[in-house]
Design a protein around this ligand. Sequence first.
Ligand code: AGP
Length: 607
Amino acid sequence: MCGIIGFAGKSTRLSTLLDSLRKLEYRGSDSAGVAYINSSNQLISAKTVGTTEKLMDLLPDKADAGVTAAIGHSRWATHGEPSKKNAHPHLDCSRNLAVVHNGIIENFEDLRDRLLKRSHVFLSSTDSEVIAHLIEESYNGDLIDAVKRASGELEGAYAIAAVHKDHPGVVVVARKGSPLVIAHDGSRGLASSDVTPIISYTREVIYLEDGDIACLNAEGISILTTSGEPVDRPVSHIDWDEQAAEKSGYDHFMLKEIFEQPQALRNTIAGRIRDSKIVLAELSSIEQHIQKAESVKIVACGTSYHAGLVFKRFLEENAGVSAEIDVASEFRYRKNVCDANSVIVAISQSGETADTLEFLRKNRKNCSASIAVTNTVGSTITREVDTSLFLNAGPEIGVAATKTYTAQLLLLYMLAIRIAQTRGLSEEKAKDHARTLSGIPAIVEKALVSADRETRIIAELFRNTRDFLFIGRGYSYPTALEGALKLKEISYVNASAVQAGELKHGHIALLDESFPVFAVAPSDFTKVKMASNIMEVKSRCAPVVLLTDDNASFEDQLSVIKAPFVSEWLYPIIAAPYLQLFAYHMAVLRELDPDRPRNLAKSVTVE
Ligand code: AGP
């Protein structure tokens, strides 16, 4: 998730702009850049790999003096690896204008082809660079009009800020789908991806709406709608401090990231479902191998492993290919696991997990193709595979994987459907699945509203428990595993998970009135069997929490949470936020910091 910033007006200081840009780095930062108009009305730009810290050294001495307008960018790669050439700002061919962008331009390939035919020269592999060239094409002396016309060609999500050497003291911004806040502090117009950098200058801000274009200068700000009509947007007063602003007002990054899931899922889908067809262009180089594969080997750790378990089941049901999964720390030591007819799918949000990487290093050459599913462009895993699929979920700061888990599930469903299509899944069925997947972000969005309240009530009931056993069957067994992992890692409750059918084979001996069971039991084919497992639990006097769905009719004396009803294969993605929130509330009620659980690291780079 990138961050953009813009300052307009003679009192602009680059050092101040860079300080403000630094405040956006919590959103993720693998490279950074600025462009500004100096006192001689020249456009100067500087970019670097790494954080904003390095940028100041790249700028000429006294760069601060006479700057009239400046834009900055903190990048977290989605299209193109982290590198100087891919860092923003991007310039047009004439080098008269510079643009920074946050979001994903879904039709950038079409736009780039068209612009290339008209002799534009591209220097980066980003989707964003098309914006600079589109504005250049539309420019006839009026920067606002050019940004407006260029925006009209963009599909996807964007927050843009642009400066032009013929418009000293001016920054023009536009937004659709990506956040953008503007403000005026009396002498400068300010724009930013969020309020964090702005609140040191003013607490009165305007949240632009989709389609808005705004012009900022020393005198003030003016806003136009898509159709070019002037419009007033309400001014909001911010009473958060800077630390709270980083978390958009949430108490913890984990909670913020749980609530970011609808947007993260939209970003995962962006550009990948077109006319009800799933498009994963990244697979084109290995399509033949996928088609001929006799088996798929899935490797991952922790939460990523749970996503892999769901993938295995869905893949087998739809693609008719055998799929094997193991945790990387075991899989890497097994012998003869891959052959020339197998394809590896390695799942790792960080792309840096040591055991997963070692499995790839050992086995990659023995299989016909390898795919990484990761959230981190430029991570080590992307160099160890034939092709990578990126989650585009934005950086995850909380140690507990939340939005990256649901984004993994979504992308893995898409991958499974594409694999199935090469092996005979009908186009109609594939389209059906694609349409269903398109609706998932909205269902998660709706579910989150009540999930927060309901899980908190249950957490209050169980805040002092020492143990929890999670049970599930079918697609809900990985969900039970994930629920137990979330709970143990941030609330330190002794939580484990077992397939509900295994209860009688030993685990039930643990249960009594002080040992609660969390049953994940949607109204799918497992419902009847789950109902009898729950009876077994209750007859041992163990308290039961039931996570089910709107269609279920389980007895009501249990602590019941009802998620929206969806097809059984999709339930893991709908159920996950409930389990994340339950774990979160348990941690907070136990006065623990969910963002920094003891003994854990975000990337496990050691074996
Ligand atoms: C999940 O909440 C954990 N932080 C952990 O299990 C994590 O999923 C695991 O370490 C794998 O990480 P990866 O996805 O970056 O490879």
